[in-house]
Design a protein around this ligand. Sequence first.
Ligand code: GLC
Length: 724
Amino acid sequence: MTEDALAGLLAGMTVREKLGQLTQLTPEYCGLSGTAELTGPAGAHPLPPSDRGIVGSILGCSGAEQVRAIQQEHLRRDRNHIPLLFMADVIHGYRTILPIPLALSCSFLPDAARRAARIAAVEGAAAGLHVTFSPMADLVRDPRWGRVMEASGEDPLLNSRMSAAAVEGYQQAEPGMPGVLASCVKHFAAYGAPEGGREYSNVELSSHAMEESYLPGYHAALEAGASMVMAAFNTVDHVPAAANVPLLRDLLRGKWGFSGVLISDYGAVDELISHTVADCGKTAARKALDAGVDIEMMSTHYLDQGEALLDEGALSPQALDEAVLRVLRLKNELGLFEDPFAGMKAASEAGQMDRHRQAALDIALRCPVLLKNENGALPVSSEETVGLTGPFALEKGVLGGWSAGQTEGVSLWEGLSSRLAPQRLIYGDCGSLGSLLEGADDIPPIREEHLRRQLASCQKVLVAVGENQNDTGEGASKTCLRLTPRQEALIHTLKAMDKTVIAIIFSGRPLELTPVVEDCDAILQAWFLGSESGNALGQILLGHAGPSGKLSMSFPRTVGQIPVYYSQLPTGRPPRPGGSTRYAARYLDCPSGPLFPFGWGLTYGACQLSDLKVEDEMIRVTLSNTGAYPARETVQLYIAQKAAAVARPEKLLKDFRQVEAAPGEKVLVEFPCTREMFSYPRLGRQVFEPGSFTVMAGLNSSCLLRCSLEMSPERFDALRKEAL
Ligand code: GLC
């Protein structure tokens, strides 16, 4: 449809029809059948029969047959024949479930994010969806918050690259992989920094932290072409995002030039009342419209109050038309006016999982992080007899939250037993999943003698532990991040049996592993890897594939340290070797650093870096693998500035590169120097201050090679702007 045709369509619409285009509800609320996966606070009132079919988009309904039926019924009713948009949370896959985004970010492979999103788009489009509320570009530094599972970690560069790649995967079809989903990047802004890690809490961040750390991920997603933005629940500078004019009008639409559709989060317009910035639905509607929120999700104040706001002059007809036109343009860009069913025709729903299973496995293989590996624990040889116990040994609920209604993936037992002779894998029954996941004290103790007998023939024992996948995601903040008492006791029991203890951790967040780390000879952080979970873990544990993941989020020693992340400012009294043991930035009762730092992850190889140098505006370092196994390592480049107008982190990730090294191989790794590396954002500008910098390279953020670099204005001006 041409712009003129859209304008003509708009001109012929009634005010109520326009307000309907700005309203999104689940099918039930429109009197339609639907299998909405309700998220957030349920509630809201069903529309009166006279209003059914008035809304412009549907939340959380998918399935080609169902979508087709609802769309056909809607088009029959709607005198303007404006198709519905179908939007849902396709966060890490639709039918084929991929690793949770936090796991995916540990691959340090933006291409893996792109491929995962492409699979999700093909399957979601075939099921009639048009928009996915993904990627979540919220930077996260507090594992008490359950939604860290949906994020890409604590570093702005990694978050930006993963978010941009996901947008490209959703929106750019490829030969043989037709079907697109418009990407709605969320939650704008800084929902990942709730006070206390408490869900829906408000956010207290400095403007500098917002600009340098929390905003870049959204900006990168928009630079990659994201079609929509979702405003967050939380306040930013004490104003809820859904009513935040400086954030939405001035920054997002003004400075960043975003002209697409802005949607509220679930009920967030209505929640302006609870936030005490609106005393009624009409004020809430007015403030959200003033801020530029186009679509109101799961409340109907626009529909109920819009006409009165127009009559009172509190809403201008022009502002209303601008919002509706953005929605109509999105429908037009998706081709819905020409064919509302095009996406479903591109590929059928049938057989999708079989087509994508191998790709899901390839991606899942890149995400587990080997945190510890001593005493020859891993890999397990197929000649060895190995025990498997723990609540996740047989568990198929390993998809993670937001799995689009899917519930099961390949279990660890299935992934191992399909690769080992029966006599090589011994199951140790340690009690049911529930008993070992709950903290209740009325559960019988571990049957130690029974377990001892079962595992008598095994020196190595795999113990699969973690948190229930339902305890992660939205509404899942926790103050205690330890394994349950029984799981910790199980690990201690196995250690007391003098076994080689190999812990596999299933979780959607960094857990507090300090109580068990010494009893484990090896620890593999498995996250929730999706449909192919057990197969990926089986391959890695048996050495058929090597672990290559790196932590995108620090693991605290204790919750008491939070927030603990690698790029914290140095303070005026950083702990120094030989310095004061009291009057320094430290705790009395705990080391300051994390248990496992950002960027940490072992391989089965033995890799070191050497010969770090800067020459011809290229940073070069050599990776050597002196081990007996091949290694896929992520070389990380960090920069520090010795003196600036503002305090600067002791190190900041500026680039990373994944390289493979065979046993005995040396690999030269090069990073082009860029202006972005030697400058920082401040008050809307990229600031460069000539002077001394430290260039650092490492295989994690704590063990780094360093070299100094003087950067003059002339040298800076000669650099390329950003990494290609
Ligand atoms: C939720 C979430 C948001 C999701 C939306 C629709 O409450 O905050 O991430 O996209 O509702 O399900």
